[in-house]
Design a protein around this ligand. Sequence first.
Ligand SMILES: Cc1cc2nc3c(=O)[nH]c(=O)nc-3n(C[C@H](O)[C@H](O)[C@H](O)COP(=O)(O)OP(=O)(O)OC[C@H]3O[C@@H](n4cnc5c(N)ncnc54)[C@H](O)[C@@H]3O)c2cc1C
Length: 835
Amino acid sequence: MHTTARVVVIGGGVVGVSTLYHLAKLGWTDVVLIERKELTSGSTWHAAGLLPLFNLSYSAGKLHQYSVDLYPQLEAETELNVGFSNVSNIRLANSKDRWDEYRYYAGVAKTIGVDVEFLTPAEVKEIWPLAETHDLIGAIRHPADGYIQPADLTQALAKGARQRGATIYRNTTVTGITQKVNGEWVVATDKGDITCEHVVSATGSFARQTGAMVGLDIPVVPVEHQYIVTEQHPLIMERKKQGLPEMGVLRESDASWYMREEAGGLLLGPYEVGAPACYLDSPAANSEYELFPDALERLEPYILSAIARVPAFGEVGVKKVYNGAIAYTPDGSPIVGPAWDKKNFWLNEGHSFGITAAGGAGWQLANWIVEGEPSIDMMGVDPRRFGDYAGEGYLVQKNEEAYAKVFTVHYPDEEREAARPLRQTPCYSRMKDLGAVFGSVFGWERPNWFAPQGYELTDADLDRADTILNHNHPTVDGEPIREKWSFRRSNYFEFVGQECRHVTEKVGIQDMSAFAKCLITGPGAEDWLNGLLSNVVPKKIGKLSLSYLLTKDGGVRAEFTVYKKGPQAYYLVSAGALERHDQDYLVKALPTDGSVRFERLTTSHGVLVLAGPRSRDVLAKLTRTDLSNAAFPWLTGQSISIGAAKVDALRVNFIGELGWEIHHPIEMQNYIFDKLMAAGAEFDIKPFGIRAMTLMALEKSYKLIPRELSTEYAAYESGLDRFISLKKPAFHGRDALLARKEAGLKWQFVTLEVFGVTDADARGSEPIYRDGALVGRATSGGYGWRTGKSLALAMVAPEHATVGTELEIVILGEAHKAVVIPESPFDPENNALRS
Ligand SMILES: Cc1cc2nc3c(=O)[nH]c(=O)nc-3n(C[C@H](O)[C@H](O)[C@H](O)COP(=O)(O)OP(=O)(O)OC[C@H]3O[C@@H](n4cnc5c(N)ncnc54)[C@H](O)[C@@H]3O)c2cc1C
């Protein structure tokens, strides 16, 4: 047995083996995989083998696409047949919203390069003659899609890895993992120890047990998943006799199940409400090839709907029911990338579509380990998108919900209801009393918008009869139903508009306490931050700057507002959803000599945003500090008193109006909130939410991670020139960024005015064309209430980025004229911000 290796991969399911294969393919051959039993003896052996390309997440979509391209090629390389049946995949639609979802998805697919076709009910009938199609609106079909034999696929990847020099130890269990002072890892097994540089955890249902070995609370809890295989059906056998093609994978999205032919019979897999989380104390040591007792009673409504769609399914007996564990995360996407707090410890866990994702996830993780970066934007699957709050109780509720919602319509404004309201800021109840309709980010409750007192949707508004999965009516905390999601403008559109107008004309207050905050101090702080971030760190106490942490390739990893609070003391603010992600990079980059200290302040400090032309008048009533432009200009901050409370007031905001972010000790929040509301009464102060903020930011062409800013786009492509200081001789990613510029940038950030919009604005991910050729993709979009324009932000090839260029954007299948306009259509001179 090896005693040393460059990488030890733990877990011999399809995901671990694919990671090993891709490491070896990149030339790292001193790599070892440890599997406690036989390869595939975890979840992999009993998977149905479907390879669904459909995915609204850019990262997951790219990973799936890579897998579907790779798998058919493995036979030529390894001489092992992976059992790939390219039978295509049809997803049915029988509701208007579903049809919109498909139209939206077709745009995403176009920009990723995935082939998708629209079918009429008659065309569905032609391919799937056993299906009833009279009630369908239509369907989409992925011709490249199909299914595979998961065990054969794993064996082929294993052979490919071994052929390149990798080693696999079966029947060997990892019993402990420790890190030495020099950073090396020691992986203890029941057959001896292996010292290595990197560890990859790909342990499926065992993820939490493996994580516990190094002190990580990994946000993975499996959920039970069942599929039913029937006896042979004479009609299918007859089709086979006639040499007709397989009917392909059928997905009844609106009733939450998939079906395909299996050995002359049918295979039905529902994603039902009520499937329980399992293996909370980890699987037992002898759990290999484990199946749970079937629970068909849970599946009854789904089986009935399957029989209604495919009567043949009800005409034959059940041959076998598979009920196995399927790993889940709170949002249903896997976690692929570096573990937080631990250097060179990598996670490839939480795969619920692991057969589909394994190829891509192995490819990108290997790239990340070997090259130091993934080659595509992995934010959608980054392990650090969840935080400390995601403990066992949270995971059980959220993962069961994620499982039950696999097939629900994924609306852009969707807010899920499980495990809420979990993280509440002190002013939560006050905001609620003012009509807040909350959303959730990183576990925090945040007002999305404010409904008038007593407002609620009626049964007629809700159209409850739409599908078996009608979950478009969230109710958190006993709240009345006040929003109905849509891909189009919905019931809250006008209310959000009123908030935008109010802030622009008068004054608004917003709770942004979810912002990630930290304090960097110490004698080395300034030099360290300057070496890390793209912009010059403020020299004068009280100055603010916006700065970026780039990847080593010059892409954008994180955005920070940097406020010099005192001598060698810098207060950094970044997006709430990215707290663990952003701060993990800072912590891992800290010098080891103790010259720089990091203190996390997110939960000890709240943020209230006061914005609008009357914000100065409100604040002036509560403080002695001179708030005039001369004494307190834009992009500066001061420690001030609001009544008896001491706060840091920063003159910045994300909406482009006069205003202050008031950063305060969290325990003083309600005191400050009440003071501001009382002082603001004479100016008609009103709260506003995230949705209004987002639309106002859009009108300022403000860029967001991971939309306009991403690890894939060079910072210059995203238009960050103003925030990159080439006066500094060195900062992380500088040389690569300049080299990319020298070689010629591939993309350019633009702001577009979209014409002819009546009820569906761009949302991001729509394809953009010029003269019929695809030239870019939208990254954000919406209606700008202050400018009266439907707007989109986009990345296009530079030759199409000149102001005035006429392009075409396809929104929900409809082409619209889109013209490149100057940045910041609202107040381009920043007069409001400087007023
Ligand atoms: C009924 C069912 C149907 C499914 N159908 C599909 C489908 O159609 N398409 C699809 O894409 N996905 C499907 N899935 C999901 C798919 O099975 C999983 O996503 C995939 O198998 C995950 O692979 P993995 O390598 O991450 O985990 P696993 O296959 O579970 O592998 C993890 C391995 O780690 C090993 N291990 C754990 N701890 C240790 C240790 N300490 N030391 C050594 N080894 C260790 C385990 O023994 C195990 O072999 C289905 C799942 C179920 C339950």
